[in-house]
Design a protein around this ligand. Structure first.
Ligand code: AMP
Ligand code: GLY
Length: 423
């Protein structure tokens, strides 16, 4: 089988790593890839948001199966175009991707099927949004409706912050994504993510994870794309996972099918759990980054079989073979991230890292320059490890991170603290 993966971050390196271990993969191309991916697969430069260009590239390279990493190509209709061309693809249609591209859409789906989520209201003008804040009071959560690169959500603990967020969104901070604003009830609890493959009919859970969104230790500092993750998420016990599937994921998938936009691909349900009851925070229509890295570390080669069964509509007969293991990844980022950071600094020590089924250094934002590996993004490396316990996985992941000589980078020392503390 010839496989094309779209994307070039740590998520895509982990997908490539898992796919390459499966003997069904004959040839793997990753577009655009990165320096770590280039060591295990072919990399191609391609505008992955250009649906016609992706379909043409796939056809001319005899690609059998396309795995879409990030949301932007899905929002641009790449999966629709590939399916029209008769290609198998992991990723939802543009219409089904609205579960990530519109907060309001997701809220309407939840309301239509009774899935538990925060109470909400939507606004298209500043004054009514301000009135809503004045009436309800903080804490509230203010969200730009559209895609805002993970920055369009403000959790306002006091009224002044809430008013400022409303003003900033209607003032155009997020462009068209903020022309409509959703204001939600603040939900207390512990967050965790559930990943489910869906083939339009069957929903197959493939793992749980928790990430750390804040840049600095103690979950402080600015929000980022994620500074580390671990799997499984202890708070998503089998009972809570079952409730999330039965009360949230499956009803929403049924509602999507009823509306004529059945969901195909991986669905990432961001959940808030309080007293054993899950409520939906958000859906994403892709794997999380860095959550994918810990899921792939645990699934290994079978990830390809599962994703392929999903694309072929055969999930009803697919099974996940779980090892009783744990995985943890530590994101190594460029100093300054998520604000301004420098690109081009040299990374040393990669050759000294052990590479086996328990220790993997995924590359997120790296490039090769004159034979040297340099940082080319904000999140740069993901030190990832498996173990029989979370503590063992954490110890290995930090041992990997400590082998890297990269003075221009930083990482958090406390990834997994909540789960490690409790057990
Ligand atoms: P989202 O992009 O919708 O996932 O929001 C980003 C983050 O904001 C989430 O991961 C939560 O930590 C937080 N958040 C979003 N909505 C809520 C809510 N209604 N209550 C509490 N926290 C929230
Ligand atoms: N780590 C969060 C995300 O991928 O959206």
């Amino acid at each position: 089988m010839n496989i094309l993966i779209l994307g070039g971050g740590g998520r895509e390196h982990s997908l490539a790593w898992a796919v390459m271990q499966n003997p069904r993969c004959d040839r793997l191309i990753v577009a655009p890839g990165n320096a770590g991916i280039a060591a295990i697969a072919e990399c191609a430069s391609l505008d992955i948001r250009d649906a016609a260009a992706v379909a043409e590239f796939a056809a001319s390279n005899n690609v059998d199966f396309v795995i879409v990493g990030p949301e932007a190509p899905l929002a641009a209709g790449v999966a629709d175009r590939l399916r029209e061309a008769g290609l198998l693809c992991l990723g939802p249609s543009q219409g089904a991707a609205r579960l990530e591209t519109s907060k309001r859409f997701t809220k309407e789906i939840c309301d239509a099927c009774g899935a538990p989520t925060a109470a909400w209201a939507r606004f298209t003008d500043r004054d009514s949004a301000r009135n809503h804040v004045a009436t309800n009071g903080a804490p509230v959560v203010i969200k730009a409706d559209g895609l805002a690169g993970g920055k369009g959500v403000i959790v306002a603990e006091d009224d002044a912050t809430a008013f400022a967020a409303v003003d900033s969104m209607f003032g155009g901070t997020f462009g068209a994504a903020g022309a409509e604003v959703v204001i939600e009830e603040f939900m207390a609890g512990e967050e965790a993510s559930l990943f489910v493959l869906c083939d339009g009919t069957t929903a197959l859970p493939i793992g749980t994870a928790q990430d750390h969104k804040r840049a600095y230790e103690g979950d402080s500092g600015p929000n980022t794309g994620g500074m580390g993750a671990y799997s499984p998420a202890p708070v998503l016990s089998p009972e809570v996972e079952k409730r999330a599937l039965e009360e949230i994921v499956k009803p929403c998938l049924t509602e999507m099918a009823r509306r004529g936009t059945p969901y195909h691909g991986v669905l990432y349900a961001g959940l808030m759990i309080a007293d054993g009851a899950p409520r939906l925070v958000e859906f994403n229509v892709r794997f999380g980054d860095p959550e994918c890295q810990v899921l792939m570390a645990r699934l290994g080669a079978q990830a390809l079989d599962l994703m392929y069964a999903c694309a072929e509509g055969r999930l009803d007969s697919a099974r996940v073979n779980w090892a009783e293991d744990h995985a943890l990844t530590v994101v190594m980022a460029a100093k300054g991230y998520p604000g301004d950071y420098r690109k081009g600094s040299q990374i040393r020590g990669l050759g000294d890292c052990p590479e086996d089924s328990r220790n993997i250094m995924f590359h997120a934002g790296t490039a090769l320059r004159n034979g040297r590996t340099v940082a080319s993004g904000g999140r740069v490396l993901n030190a990832t490890a498996r173990g029989d316990s979370l503590a063992e996985a954490a110890k290995r992941a930090y041992a990997l991170a400590d082998r890297i000589d990269w003075p221009a980078g930083f990482f958090r020392r406390d990834i997994g603290w909540r789960a490690l503390r409790s057990g």
